[in-house]
Design a protein around this ligand. Sequence first.
Ligand SMILES: Cc1ncc(COP(=O)(O)O)c(C=O)c1O
Length: 293
Amino acid sequence: MLFVQGGASMQFAMLPLNFLPAGATADYLVNGAWGEKAYEEGAKLGQARVAASTSADEYRRVPSAGQIALSEAPAYVHITSNETIHGVQWHAWPDVGDRPLVADMSSDILSRPLDAHKFALIYAGAQKNLGPAGATVVIVRQSWLDNASKAAPTMLRYATHATTHSLYNTPPVYAVYLLNLVLEWIEETGGLEQMAKRNDLKAKTVYDAIDGSGGFYRGHAAPADRSQMNVTFRLPSEELEKRFIAEATAAGMIGLAGHRSVGGIRASIYNAMSQEGAAALANLMGEFARKNG
Ligand SMILES: Cc1ncc(COP(=O)(O)O)c(C=O)c1O
């Protein structure tokens, strides 16, 4: 387990710099904006290919098993476990055989139990479920790390951080300290099983408000692939969306505007959001639909 800096965005480059040697290919399964970015960076630094994409479907779902066309022996297969902007989440990992699986878990790490052994590498910017921005967590399989390229700049080699216990240069001490407090809070709350229960209930509360609105709210993601962390939906018009956001803000609910690239509404209900918060949003949605539907 490593603590590095540069956010998840730097991992988009660090991964191929360490694990995509010349002559090899990396497969990317793309189902949203962050997977696109990871792929583009991989393609800049080596031979990356999209082994499945749901862009034609406006990123409403993860690729189906039949849609995934993996290389015979890719350097790795990259997925984004939760697409923060589109609100689409992998609920069962894709079957990649013995190919090394890599996941960007920035927006759902520690939201549910995780068997990290399935992954050659996991990375996550801290600022959703772990702590403040500034620390980035990497979990890498030791045997895979042993095969990493030695050519990357020192600070961009995973091995540099592994051999120095993440103390090669001055670490973001305060961010790591707060991250530790968050881990203690998760343990005290009952661990990842309990996080998953809390998150299931919160997500159900908001999705029920969408599904029970008689079509006033339209969820972006296909129901089977809905994110437990980012609930994305539209109202009948942009005008109503603006009013909804204004009423929510007046009621103390902030940050509900969808990402600028997709518009609409996005309710981010990370680990730190309470059930009361999710219920307050669902209530507001019900009232707003009754008044304006
Ligand atoms: C899934 C995912 N990957 C990558 C990023 C980029 O993270 P950072 O801002 O830490 O570079 C984000 C940020 O929202 C994200 O949600």
